[in-house]
Ligand binder design. Structure first.
Ligand SMILES: Cc1cc2nc3c(=O)[nH]c(=O)nc-3n(C[C@H](O)[C@H](O)[C@H](O)COP(=O)(O)OP(=O)(O)OC[C@H]3O[C@@H](n4cnc5c(N)ncnc54)[C@H](O)[C@@H]3O)c2cc1C
Length: 390
C-alpha cells in the first residue's frame, strides 16, 4: 500500500482529534500533516474560567509541535490558498499536494460587520477580550451590564448564557442592594434555539431565577460607541456601562476564496459523511453548515450549532472514513447528530444538556439538573482532553 498524504487544516478541536486519530489508525500508511497559523492549541471551552480567575491563559494552551512525537507533521503557518480541484494548498509559502484534505479552520470574529461594535464592546470570544474583561470586572461596582448576541450563527450557543451566570456570581455576590443589572439582548427567539424548545425554556427559567434580563428577537439598528448606546430595530434604545458582545462570525478568508462556501458563507457538507462537493475533501466543525431536519417553528430552519463537541465527533467520523478508504474498506462511519455539553452556572454547579440534534420534529435535548458533580465533570474533561490528545 503506497503512503497517502492527509492534510488537516487547523489545530483546534476538530483538527487535533482528526490528526491524532488518523495517525494512530494508519501508522506508516498515512503521512498526516497538521497546519495552523498559531503555534498553540487553545482549548476554548476553558476560556470562561480565565475570566473567573480559576485558569491562567497558559494553562489552557498546548504547543501543537508536541504532536510530532506521535508522528504527525506540524507546520506552523497560515494557509493562504486551497485548490480543491487539483488537491493542493499553500501554507507558509510552500505548495503541498494531498490525497485527502480535512478543513477544520473554525469560525473567526468579524467585529467590523456591525459598525461601532468593536469600539463599543468587549469581544467575549477572544483571549484578549476575556483578559480585558477580567480587569474591568475587578473594578466594576455598579451600573448596567449588557450582553449582546447580535447575529447568528455563533459558536457555543451555551457560552453567552454561561457568561451571564458567571457575571452574576462574580459581580453580584454580596451585592444585595441591586446596583448592578445584567441584561441579555439577542437576535434569538429563545436561548439555544438549535437545541430545541425544551432546553431554551430551562435556560430561560435559570436566567429568571437570577434576575438576569432576557430580551429575545432584538436586532441591532445602530451602535453609538461614545455613549455605549445600542438602538434596536424595534426602536428600543439601551445604554450600557459595560457592553460585552458575542462577535459576528465568519469563515477564514482562505476558505471563501477556495470556493468552498455557500451563499450564507459556510461550507455545506453531507450531514452524515462530512464530505464537501469536492472528492476527498472533508470539512468539520465550526467552518461548516449543516441544516437540521427539525425546526424550531415551521417557518424557521435550524442549523447544527457550532460547538466543540460536534467538531470532536465529526473529526472521529472523518478520520475513520479516510482510514477505511485507504485500507480499502467501505466507509461506514457516520455522524449521528448526538451531542452533549455542560452549562456552568457560576456558583460551582453546572447543568448538563444532552440529546439528538438530528431528531424531528425538532432537536430533542434534555437539560439535567445542575449539580456540583457536573461542574467537576467539566473540570475532569479539560484534564482528560489535554492528556488524551497531547
Ligand atoms: C468562550 C467559549 C466557550 C466555549 N465552550 C464550549 C463548550 O463548553 N463546549 C463545546 O462543545 N464548545 C465550546 N466552545 C466552542 C468550541 O470552542 C468551538 O466550537 C470549537 O473550537 C470548534 O472547533 P474547530 O476545530 O471547528 O475550530 P477551532 O477550534 O476554532 O480551530 C480552528 C483552528 O484553525 C486555525 N486557523 C484559522 N485560520 C487559519 C489559517 N488561515 N491558516 C492556518 N490556521 C488557521 C486557528 O488558529 C485554530 O487553531 C466554546 C467557544 C468559546 C469561544
Amino acid at each position: 500500500m503506497s503512503q497517502k498524504t492527509i492534510c488537516v487544516l487547523g489545530g483546534g478541536i476538530g483538527g487535533v482529534v482528526a490528526a491524532n486519530t488518523l495517525k494512530k489508525s494508519l501508522g506508516s500508511a498515512g503521512r498526516v500533516i497538521l497546519i495552523d497559523k498559531n503555534p498553540d492549541h487553545l482549548f476554548a471551552p476553558s476560556l470562561l474560567w480565565v475570566l473567573g480567575g480559576s485558569r491562567q491563559a497558559e494553562q489552557i494552551k498546548r504547543p501543537l509541535a508536541r504532536l510530532e512525537r506521535k508522528g504527525i507533521e506540524f507546520i506552523n503557518a497560515g494557509v493562504s490558498g486551497i485548490d480543491p480541484e487539483h488537491k493542493s494548498l499553500v501554507a507558509g509559502g510552500q505548495t503541498i499536494e494531498y490525497d485527502y484534505l480535512i478543513v477544520a479552520l473554525g469560525a473567526e470574529s468579524n467585529m467590523p460587520a456591525i459598525p461601532g461594535l468593536d469600539e463599543a464592546a468587549i469581544n467575549l470570544y477572544t483571549l484578549a477580550g476575556i483578559e480585558d474583561l477580567k480587569n474591568i470586572l475587578a473594578e466594576f461596582k455598579q451600573g448596567e451590564v449588557v450582553l449582546l448576541i447580535p447575529s447568528n450563527p455563533y459558536k457555543c450557543p451555551a457560552a453567552p448564557y454561561e457568561a451571564a451566570f458567571l457575571l452574576d456570581a462574580q459581580l453580584r455576590k454580596g451585592n444585595a442592594d441591586g446596583n448592578i443589572s445584567i441584561n441579555i439582548f439577542t437576535v434569538e427567539p429563545l436561548p439555544m434555539p438549535g437545541a430545541g424548545p425544551k432546553i431554551g425554556q430551562s435556560i430561560k427559567g435559570l436566567l429568571d431565577s437570577r434576575n438576569i434580563g432576557f430580551n429575545p428577537n432584538m436586532e441591532i439598528e445602530s451602535i453609538d460607541p461614545g455613549a455605549k448606546e445600542v438602538t434596536f430595530k424595534n426602536g428600543e434604545k439601551v445604554r450600557a456601562d459595560l457592553l460585552i458582545t458575542i462577535p459576528p462570525h465568519q469563515v477564514p478568508n482562505v476558505v471563501k476564496e477556495a470556493g468552498l462556501t455557500n451563499e450564507a458563507g459556510w461550507i455545506p457538507v453531507d450531514k452524515r459523511s462530512l464530505e464537501t462537493q469536492y472528492e476527498n475533501v472533508y470539512a468539520i466543525g465550526d467552518v461548516t453548515t449543516i441544516k437540521l431536519d427539525g425546526k424550531y417553528k415551521p417557518e424557521k430552519p435550524l442549523m447544527l450549532p457550532k460547538a466543540g463537541v460536534f467538531a470532536h465527533e465529526e473529526a472521529l467520523v472523518v478520520a475513520a472514513r479516510i482510514a477505511e478508504d485507504i485500507k480499502g474498506g467501505a466507509s461506514k462511519s457516520e455522524f449521528n447528530g448526538h451531542g452533549a455539553c455542560m452549562l456552568e452556572l457560576g456558583d460551582g454547579t453546572a447543568g448538563y444538556a444532552k440529546g439528538n440534534f438530528y431528531a424531528v420534529p425538532h432537536p430533542m435535548v434534555d437539560m439535567k439538573k445542575p449539580s456540583r458533580r457536573r461542574h467537576y465533570y467539566k473540570v475532569f474533561f479539560e484534564k482528560y482532553w489535554f492528556w488524551r490528545w497531547f
